[in-house]
Write a protein that binds this ligand. Structure first.
Ligand code: GLN
Length: 488
């Protein structure tokens, strides 16, 4: 009965936060009713978790924040949801996001934008009278729900930065794992070669707890890393981790690289000094900090938007209003028209402007005329970007056939998670949004793990949160999490 009491107390507190804040934050788009099923015993007992609305759940809607899937309810749970439930987590509901995961500010949603709930610890500002800032996207609901205390952790997805921007803007921890480590079965595809299920937590500990439960092979996902690859990566990582992680505060064996290309002119100057402070603190504890160069970084944004849009245009072809998605009947006078026109009625009504833009861009990039100049070039650039990372890491690539360690390489890379703090919601438009992703897409193209950890901004800048990103070799989550824990 003591466990029962503990559960009801935890329930009461998350529900209280939802009732108090969700109307203004708009983080949750579905909340489980009171009579939620009892949870089995497991490592996640006592942990409340919200799930991004592009991840399928059997007993809740899965809208992807799109009118296209407004009435969709999945007949099954995604593998990640199943794993959470089986491990004893309490699922509290579904979180708002950009439509199909496309966006950086969580403003492209049929449910409306998410409002950043961050509250400076020392300020007593009233919830409802605050300035309206973005919670970041596309997993803004997941970041905001955790930041507002509606849940302990949340599932998100990250294709090009969607967990790291919300984590940075909302002041929480976000982990984008190595591509292929967490099952995507039951996760609605945006760009398959980039999509990762990601986790958000208040701290590194809760994010890492979730990762441990989710990072298992799933034969239902054909892109899942095989058990032998996982074992190989685990061994390589721990071999290099033991060098410095058996410390108590001493980081003398840790070597950190600062990628010089990650300080573009668009980087707000108020970001530099808090970042420097983190680097100085690590140095003071004995870490070696080296400048490194990833020269192809400047092509990452263009390559990403070509590849992600191309894959999205193909994935989203299934929503034709007949097999899948919202059906809008053609007007009676159009009986003899082509199937394309029949689909067009549903697709015009079902998709939002940003999704349509991506479909058009992606379809163009894949046409015979444009293919060589866009899609093919983008794939080549992606390889160059991947090679840049592989050159600087000390841990050899577990996915490569012949992996030679680079003794002069670095264990992890460190850079600001975003070029600025949370943007105001009322002054956003156009291409500027895409530049928010400039620091997050390179690791996505390379499939590498990244942890964004909030750093104390103190009196600097505008007082809004800011994250620092720790990037590691493929499969080096334990290392990335260990470094993150020292910064936290
Ligand atoms: N902002 C990027 C985009 O719009 C990344 C989104 C994501 O990671 N899902 O494509």
């Amino acid at each position: 009965s003591s466990r029962f009491l503990a559960t009801t107390a935890a329930q009461a507190s998350w529900r209280h936060a939802v009732e108090q804040k969700n109307a203004s934050v708009n983080a949750l788009v579905y909340v489980v009713p009171d009579d939620a099923a009892p949870v089995p015993e497991g490592p996640l007992n006592g942990l409340t978790v919200a799930v991004k609305d592009n991840i399928c759940t059997k007993n809740m809607p899965t809208t992807c924040s799109s009118a296209m899937l407004r009435d969709f309810q999945s007949p099954f749970d995604a593998t990640v949801v199943h794993l959470l439930i089986a491990s004893g987590a309490t699922i509290i509901g579904k979180t708002n996001c950009d439509e199909f995961g496309m966006g950086s500010l969580n403003v492209h949603s049929v449910h409306g934008p998410v409002i950043n709930p961050y509250q400076h610890p020392s300020s007593a500002v009233d919830w409802h009278a605050r300035e309206r800032r973005s919670a970041g996207g596309s997993s803004g609901g997941s970041g905001a729900a955790v930041a507002a205390g509606m849940c302990d952790a949340a599932l998100a997805t990250d294709t090009g930065g969607s967990v790291r921007l919300p984590a940075s803007y909302c002041g929480v921890v976000g982990l984008k794992p190595s591509y292929g480590l967490i099952s995507r079965w039951g996760v609605v595809s945006f760009a398959d070669s980039l999509d990762c299920v990601a986790v958000i937590g208040k701290g590194v500990t809760s994010a890492s707890k979730l990762f441990d439960v989710l990072s298992v092979h799933d034969e239902k996902d054909p892109t899942a890393a095989r058990p032998v690859t996982r074992k190989n990566a685990r061994e390589l990582c721990s071999e290099h981790l033991t060098g410095w992680a058996s410390y108590s505060g001493d980081l003398t064996k840790l070597c950190i690289g600062i990628p010089q290309e990650y300080f573009p002119t668009s980087l707000d100057s108020s970001i530099v000094s808090p970042f420097r402070r983190v680097v100085r603190a690590l140095k003071n504890r004995g870490a070696t900090v080296l400048p490194v160069s990833l020269p192809n970084t400047r092509y990452a944004l263009s390559a990403y938007y070509v590849i992600a849009s191309a894959e999205a245009s193909s994935n989203l072809a299934r929503y034709d209003g007949l097999q899948y998605g919202l059906h809008v009947p053609s007007p009676p006078d159009s009986v003899a028209r082509s199937p394309g026109e029949v689909y067009a009625h549903s697709r015009t009504a079902g998709f939002g402007a940003e999704v349509k833009r991506r479909i058009l861009l992606g379809t163009y990039a894949l046409t015979a005329d444009a293919f060589d100049n866009y899609f093919l070039q983008a794939q080549q650039l992606r390889q160059c970007i991947r090679d840049d990372f592989m050159r600087v890491f000390r841990v050899p690539n577990p996915l490569a056939r012949s992996a030679t360690p680079n003794e002069a390489g670095v264990h992890v890379l460190l850079h600001p998670s975003a070029v600025r703090t949370a943007p105001h919601l009322d002054e956003q438009d156009g291409l500027d949004t895409y530049t928010q992703d400039v620091l997050t897409v390179p690791a996505s193209l390379a499939g590498l793990p990244v942890l964004s950890v909030p750093i104390a901004v103190g009196g600097e800048g505008d007082g809004w949160p800011l994250g620092v990103s720790v990037v590691g070799q493929w499969g080096c989550e334990p290392m990335v999490l260990a470094v993150g824990a020292t910064i936290e």
